[in-house]
Design a protein around this ligand. Structure first.
Ligand code: HEM
Length: 219
């Protein structure tokens, strides 16, 4: 029954071709360092799932943000676990992304024909940092408030357009409800939409070009 359904769908969707391209592709002899990209992807999926769950209770306003986070941590069933996974996952994501990038650098895997894979990776690194920066404000506690005050103030030091950047980030001269709404919007809509596009391109290129081999000593 299951195989008949699979065949029926394959005739119409050619899904076996897609499956084979993803899971049965040939890979050169590689080592554990090559799992860093997949580990990054795994933690990224953890962030997406736990982040979506957090939005069910989190309220992005100065009046309620702090209390809603406390409520998630102390009252909601497994809320502490979901928040903990998202909190520690954020740090793990930054560490893994950087380690994965270092692996790519040390193996020279950014060279022809993988330049575009590298560029999409640079975009992903910036987005991961953006996720960290915008997410840090959301608990709206003292640490969050002052870290964002300092972070946006650093952006203001940019020559010529600094004050303009600060006002775009804060939604005015000071941190306010607008800043929180803005950071939340960027954290849950703008960055995830961009990340989907870039991860899609990154993975497509990895499958299309194929993974690089470990460089040999004489190369
Ligand atoms: C959210 C962040 C990222 C995810 C989920 C991700 C995912 C992956 C995966 C699954 C692979 C294949 C396995 C591997 O080589 O480890 C890969 C390869 C690659 N990644 Fe990333 N990556 C990310 C960030 C980056 C960054 C920051 C860079 C560099 C700036 C980068 C550049 C590359 C390159 C050039 C390859 C091809 C490596 C090869 O063929 O040997 N990636 N990535």
């Amino acid at each position: 029954m299951a195989s008949r359904l699979a065949n029926w769908l394959d005739e119409r969707l050619a899904w076996r071709q897609v499956w084979d391209a993803i899971f049965l592709r040939k890979v050169p002899k590689i080592n554990w360092l090559f799992t860093l990209g997949s580990a990054t992807l795994f933690v990224g999926v953890n962030q997406a799932v736990t982040g979506i769950l957090l939005t069910l209770y989190y309220v992005p306003t100065p009046d309620h943000a702090y209390n809603s986070v406390q409520y998630i941590t102390t009252e909601v069933t497994a809320g502490w676990l979901i928040r903990g996974l998202h909190h520690w996952g954020a740090s793990a994501l930054v560490v893994l992304t950087v380690l994965h990038m270092l692996r790519v650098i040390f193996h020279g895997a950014y060279k022809y024909p993988r330049e575009v894979t590298w560029w999409t990776g640079v975009g992903l690194l910036l987005i991961v940092i953006g996720f960290g920066f915008t997410g840090y404000l959301l608990p709206w506690d003292q640490k969050a408030y002052w870290a964002t005050t300092v972070g946006t103030r650093i952006a203001e030091v940019t020559p010529v357009i600094g004050n303009w950047i600060l006002r775009i980030m804060r939604g005015g001269e000071e941190l306010s409800a607008v800043t929180l709404a803005r950071f939340f919007g960027v954290h849950i809509w703008v960055l995830p939409a961009t990340v989907l596009l870039l991860v899609g391109a990154h993975l497509y290129l990895i499958i299309h070009i194929g993974i690089s081999a470990v460089p040999k000593r004489e190369e």
